[in-house]
Design a protein around this ligand. Structure first.
Ligand SMILES: [Mg+2]
Length: 336
C-alpha cells in the first residue's frame, strides 16, 4: 500500500465499468461489515434508538458501547475468517475454518456469542463440538451463523443453488447444532447468490423455501412471508428466525442500502447482527457503490488472535474480489 495514504483513508478500488456483479460482490462483504459497525453501538437497545440518535436520517458509524467509530464486531471478524480460509485452502475445509474460529476465540475478542463461545472453547473436535452442545442445551438456534455468511455466500454463489445451500449448512453446523440455524443460513446464502446474479432475491424466497428441510419449512415460510413485520416476531431477534425475517423486511420496505440498514438497526435488539445480515443482502442487491463513503472511510475490522491485524474497507474489497475469482476453481464433490 502507498505509505503516503493514511490507513484510515485507504482508497477503495474503483468499480470496473463492466462490474455490475463485481460491485454487488463487494457490496455483500463490505455492506455486511458496515451494517455490523452501524448497529454495534445500539445492541440490546430499544426500538427507535437509531432514528432518535440521527433525526436527520444521516446516520454515521458513531461508535459507543465499547466500540470505536467504524469498528466492526465478531460478526465481521468471523466472516473474514471464513473468507480467508476459503481463499487460502482453495475450498471448504471445515476443520480449518473451525481452527481459525478457535484461535480467534482464544484471542479475547471484545464480543463473542454465548453459544459460539461455548462450542469453540469446549475442547471437543470440530465435527462434534456443536452437536454435543446442542444435545446438552437443546437450544442452539441463535443468529450466529447468519451473521458471518457474507464471504461464503460470495464464494459459493457461482457454484449454483445446491452447492451454495449445502456449504452454508455445513458452515453453520460448525457452531450451531440446531438444524433451524442451518436452514436459515442456507436460505440467506441462496438469496445472496440470486442477488449477486442481478436478480431480485425477494422473488427467490419461494424457490429457496422449497429446498428447506420439510421439518423447518413452515416456520421459515412464516417469517419470510411478504406480510411479516418485526413486531410479529415470537422470539428476540438474537434468534435465527426473526433475524433473517427482519433483514428481508428491511430490504422489502426500503429502496436503498442506507435506508435498509437504518430500518434494521431501528428495530432494536441484536442490532449489529440484524444489520450485518441486512447489509449482506442489501449490499448484494445495491452494490458497494450504494454504501455511503462516510461509512467505508472509517470502517475497520480488528482480527483478534490473528496478529491483531486491522482490516480496512480496501482489504474487505480485496477479499471479496478474491472470493469471487476463486469460485472459478472447482471444489471436490464431497463438499457438495
Ligand atoms: Mg457482533
Amino acid at each position: 500500500m502507498n505509505p503516503r495514504v493514511p490507513r484510515d483513508r485507504a482508497p477503495v478500488p474503483p468499480v470496473r465499468p463492466d462490474g455490475g456483479r463485481r460491485d454487488r460482490v463487494r457490496g455483500a462483504v463490505v455492506g455486511s461489515a458496515a451494517g455490523d459497525a452501524l448497529g454495534a453501538p445500539f445492541e440490546f437497545g430499544p426500538p427507535g434508538a437509531f432514528s432518535a440518535r440521527f433525526p436527520d436520517g444521516v446516520g454515521t458509524l458513531c461508535g459507543g458501547g465499547g466500540w470505536d467509530p467504524g469498528e466492526a464486531t465478531d460478526d465481521t471478524q468471523m466472516a473474514v475468517l471464513v473468507g480467508q480460509s476459503l481463499v487460502e485452502c482453495g475450498g471448504l475445509e471445515l476443520p480449518d475454518v473451525f481452527a481459525r474460529f478457535r484461535r480467534w476465540a482464544a484471542g479475547d475478542p471484545k464480543d463473542i456469542g454465548l453459544q459460539t463461545e461455548d462450542v469453540l472453547t469446549s475442547g471437543e473436535p470440530w465435527d462434534l463440538a456443536a452437536a454435543l452442545h446442542f444435545q446438552v442445551n437443546a437450544r442452539a438456534a441463535g443468529n450466529g451463523s447468519l451473521m458471518r455468511a457474507s464471504t461464503s455466500a460470495v464464494y459459493f454463489a457461482r457454484r449454483g443453488r445446491a452447492a451454495t445451500m449445502a456449504a452454508a449448512r455445513r458452515l453453520a453446523a460448525l457452531t450451531h447444532g440446531d438444524r433451524a440455524a442451518w436452514e436459515g443460513t442456507a436460505v440467506l446464502h441462496e438469496l445472496v447468490r440470486v442477488a449477486l446474479g442481478g436478480a431480485d432475491p425477494l422473488a427467490a424466497v419461494e424457490a429457496a423455501l422449497a429446498e428447506v428441510h420439510p421439518d423447518h419449512r413452515a416456520r421459515w415460510a412464516d417469517v419470510l412471508a411478504p406480510g411479516w413485520h418485526p413486531d410479529d416476531a415470537t422470539e428476540f431477534n438474537g434468534a435465527v428466525w426473526p433475524c433473517l425475517g427482519t433483514a428481508l423486511w428491511a430490504l422489502r420496505t426500503t429502496t436503498g442500502f442506507e435506508g435498509a440498514l437504518a430500518a434494521a438497526v431501528d428495530v432494536g435488539g441484536d442490532t449489529d447482527t440484524v444489520a450485518a445480515v441486512t447489509g449482506t443482502l442489501a449490499g448484494a442487491v445495491h452494490g458497494l457503490g450504494a454504501v455511503p463513503e462516510r461509512w467505508t472511510r472509517t470502517l475497520h475490522v480488528p482480527l483478534p488472535g490473528h496478529g491483531d491485524r486491522v482490516l480496512r474497507t480496501a482489504d474487505l474489497v480485496a477479499l471479496a474480489d478474491r472470493l469471487d475469482e476463486s469460485a472459478e476453481i472447482p471444489i471436490p464433490d464431497t463438499y457438495i
